[in-house]
Design a protein around this ligand. Sequence first.
Ligand code: UT7
Length: 332
Amino acid sequence: MPYAALRSIGAYAPQKILNNEELSAMVDTSDDWITKRTGIKERRIAREDEYTSDMGVEAAKKAIERSGIDKDEIDMIVCATISPDYFCMPSTATIIATKLGLKNPTAFDISAACTGFVYILSIAKAFIESGMKKKVLIVGAEKLSAITDYTDRGTCILFGDGAGAAVVSATDDKSEAIIDIHTGSDGSFADLLMTPNGGSGSAHDSLEQEAASCFMQMKGNETFKVAVRTLTKDVVDILEANGIKGEDIKHFVPHQANYRIIKAVGDALKLSDEQVVLTVHKYGNTSGASIPMAINEIYEDGKLKKGELLLLDAFGGGLTWGSALVPFSPKN
Ligand code: UT7
């Protein structure tokens, strides 16, 4: 049976920065409040003519180049996004594939919100281990500014735009292989975090009502509590299931939603500050893009070396959650 190895990482952040002072001029908030409650100082905002697929393409180009794999050999692309170029169809994955000039790969999007990257990593692993695919490009890309209500201080301070991508390919060497991935969901919490518009479940009396409801809505404090509980349990479970201890983890890469959530989970697991990867201060919450953007950050800072063990942990709308134990296994 072939194993699946994480070969490379890449990311893209749009140029425009929206900082806390600028947000304080838009809604009733302050740099002090946002910093204390979330750890976020600024986030990136895509240009109007810059789509989710464009950001995904930039991240994917880096991931493909760093993988050393010929793009013609990529036989599948999966994109995790809740802010696709177009709702329903075509998928953002097909658009990214075409913009990259890939050769007719299997291509589709998945919707698992902030857990999206862990879900697409598990999909890549499953397809490769079953022998159905050999070289899979996974992309988490979000233009959350397009679905953010900039009059709602409970959400607009949190979210930003960006993309991250990785190449996962088959290997016979077990030491390179993704060790384990756990994923789960509980739809009974659906109303904590949702965009109520656009699907067959939405019914509106007026166009104004419909337009307003295409934005993300969140019960922040309730989400916060479930997030801390779920993220901690998820990590304890995957470590125990694989006989791995917290100190064996080189880089803990949690979904970047809120510094207080990350700190609570890190403390519960007795992880040191050096182990915990943080980007929330500069990018805010980029949903499905947040984990690959964070991995890319340590890669580009020269802190991520071949063979080092990553622990990924994510939580998001659905509700969905997931964790993964992944050695970084570039070919070179
Ligand atoms: O990514 C996937 C999942 N998402 C998350 O995990 C996000 C989870 N939630 C959070 O990060 C936090 O709940 C928030 C940052 C959204 C909110 O922080 P909180 O500590 O849970 O605040 P809260 O909602 O309990 O609100 C406390 C107070 C309220 O005022 P009162 O009722 O005490 O007078 C809010 O109206 O803070 C007020 N508030 C604000 N004040 C200034 C809420 N948002 C703001 C704001 N600026 N932006």
